[in-house]
Each structure stands twice: as C-alpha cells, then as structure tokens.
Write a protein that binds this ligand. Structure first.
Ligand code: AMP
Length: 204
C-alpha cells in the first residue's frame, strides 16, 4: 500500500525492509548482521537499524513529503526519529496511519505475494496478478516470493508485531497523530480512504 500510494501521490517512499534487503544483497556490514534476524522473521535490533535508516532519511535531499514504510517499528526507533527531526530542524512526523487488518488476511496476502526483483513492485497471485505470469508490469523484470513470506516466518513476524510494534500505537495516539484505516478492502479502496484522510488533514 505504501509503495502504491507514494507513487500516485508523488511522495518519496522510504521502506526500511527494502533498504535492509538491499544491504543483505550487497553483503555490507549492516546487511551481514541483519540477515539472520530477517530470515527468522524477528526485528533487526534497534542498534543496527536506527542509524542505518536515519542516515538514509537524512541523505534523501528532497523536499517532497516522505512516506516512511516499516519504520519506526519500536518506540525506541520512534523516539530516535523524533530527536533527529528536531535536531536537524525538519518538520516533525505529521501522521501515523495504522491499516488495521486481521491476521487471517495478512497471511492470505503474504502467502500469495510476488515481488519484482528490480523495482520492488508488489503483486498477488489471486488479487493482483501481473499481466504476464511472473513478469513485472512496470519494468518487465522477474517476480518471486520473498524468502520471509513463508508461513512459519509470517507467524513469527506477526508475533514480533504484537510484542514490539503494537506499542507504537499508544506512542502516536498520545501525541494525537494516530489515524486508523481498514487494511481489509482491495488496494484501490484503501487508497481512496487514504486520500480522503490526507485531504481532511490538509496533507494532500
Ligand atoms: P518489511 O519489508 O517491512 O516486511 O520488513 C522485512 C524484515 O526486515 C522484518 O521482518 C524485519 O526483520 C526487518 N525490518 C524492517 N524494518 C525494520 C525496523 N524498522 N526495525 C527492525 N527490523 C526491521
């Protein structure tokens, strides 16, 4: 959803998962350490992730709005993000949007997900198939399942969400920044709800 919305709204999309997967492919210092956590479906420790992602954010050099996807995932990450934005004189986080979704739907979506090896576009074998089997509509590169979209790993990722990420909801709620949308409908309907929300908030 974040990739889809950022592209349509001409915002910069920064996905911590994409950046970490790239680091793993490059086998750089962060990638070598992050890999085992990602394969297991647990969060990469804050001490590795925070600096890595904040440096990417600082290096964006764009004045377009940024959609942060998958970061922050712990309260510690959120605090460090706020500190960095304040210290560097950037605009604070406008909103945190939680797309509420049942675990059953998450499992169905992730088990059928296919991702483009070049541009990162997401597809689903049933609900959003590419025009040509296993080829990306946007750039023509091959599609494959993510290694961590295997059922057992998905269950662990859900567990880490419940244990470590759900606390973020209270963090942003207490700042008056949390907004809830349903992640259950098809992507186009979710997108329309998101646009309505951003218009109400005068952010689009
Ligand atoms: P994602 O692409 O957002 O589903 O992330 C894939 C994997 O990358 C997660 O299961 C984690 O292992 C790791 N990861 C991504 N973002 C973070 C983050 N903010 N903090 C810790 N680990 C992360």
């Amino acid at each position: 959803m974040a990739t889809f919305a950022a592209e349509r709204l001409q915002m910069v999309h920064l996905s911590s998962g994409d950046l970490l997967r790239e680091a793993v492919r490059q086998q750089n210092a962060v990638g070598r350490q992050a890999r085992r956590f990602m394969e297991r479906g647990t969060l990469v420790p804050d001490r590795l992730v925070v600096r890595f992602i904040l440096e990417r954010l600082q290096g964006l050099g764009s004045d377009r709005p940024v959609v942060l996807d998958g970061f922050p995932r712990t309260v510690e990450q959120a605090v460090r993000l706020d500190e960095m934005l304040t210290e560097e004189g950037h605009r604070p986080i406008d909103l945190a949007i939680d797309f509420e979704i049942s675990e059953e739907t998450v499992v169905k979506r992730l088990v059928g997900r296919k991702v483009c090896s070049r541009c990162g576009a997401n597809y689903h074998v049933v609900t959003l198939p590419p025009r040509e089997s296993d080829l990306c509509d946007r750039c023509g590169a091959s599609l494959s399942a993510r290694a961590d979209d295997e059922l057992q790993t998905i269950r662990k990722r859900l567990k880490s969400y419940r244990e470590e990420t759900s606390g973020l909801l209270e963090f942003y709620r207490s700042q008056g920044k949390l907004r809830l949308l349903s992640g259950e409908p098809a992507i186009e309907e979710q997108y329309q709800s998101l646009v309505r929300l951003l218009q109400e908030e005068r952010l689009a």
